[in-house]
Design a protein around this ligand. Sequence first.
Ligand SMILES: [Zn+2]
Length: 282
Amino acid sequence: MEVPEFDIGRHFEPGVTPPSTADETAWWFVFCERRLLLRRLDVHMFQPPCQRHDPRPVASRIGEPHFLGRLAGVPCYAADIDGQFPCPAFEARGLYGLHNRLRADLYLLAGRAFQILEWDRKHRFCGRCGTPTQRAIAQRARVCPHCELSLFPRLTPAMMVLVKHGRQLLLAHSPRFPEGFYSVLAGFAEPGETLEACVRREVREEVALEVTNIRYFASQPWPFPHSLMVAYTADYAGGEIRVDGKEILHADWFTPETLPAVPGEISIAGHLIQWFVDAHGD
Ligand SMILES: [Zn+2]
């Protein structure tokens, strides 16, 4: 199943090499202390600077921008800025709280920009020989001029799984969640592990259940800070719920009628749970 909200779509053409001449119109994803600079459009919606008449946050204070590609033909850039941004026309906002407060494609691009800047910031030095790295020209990479090690943007695969048992689904409360909030199980893949093996291991470790019939559901870029979330469904195959007490404090079976507070549409967890409710609700 595809979740179209998580895909920028065909009108975005990714790229690395910026246009040779500066366009008058360009989308600028500028982060100040990891918060995106935005102009307020109305009481609810924001927009990154784009038009020529926007105050430009692209003065001398900005680091060398990264070209991201073109959105409907308009060049898109990501850049970091240090310290306070002095222009009162813009405010800085954390990415997580911006879901549904930016146009959907701009929100996804902002996540892409955030991940590229995070990677760039954290790979200034070669991990092998310690030499300062340089930005590669024709690909998204940083290269060590001394030992030629190439450093590419990092993605961390993680899985989540909706475990189902007839009309019931398994939901769990983690110590990171607010009181009374539940979600499906999730975890990071380990070296040498398939995602399906990760599903089986996490379910076993966190709630001591066995699962079968593991099926791919959909995926979501999750830029907090650099995950690719891969969602699955699975059928309960045996065992009694016994939580690990660390990652999971409480877990139980719920029906569409007895759901607790769960994630919304910002995350694929919300889509997974909604899919189950649509299939099993009255
Ligand atoms: Zn090196």
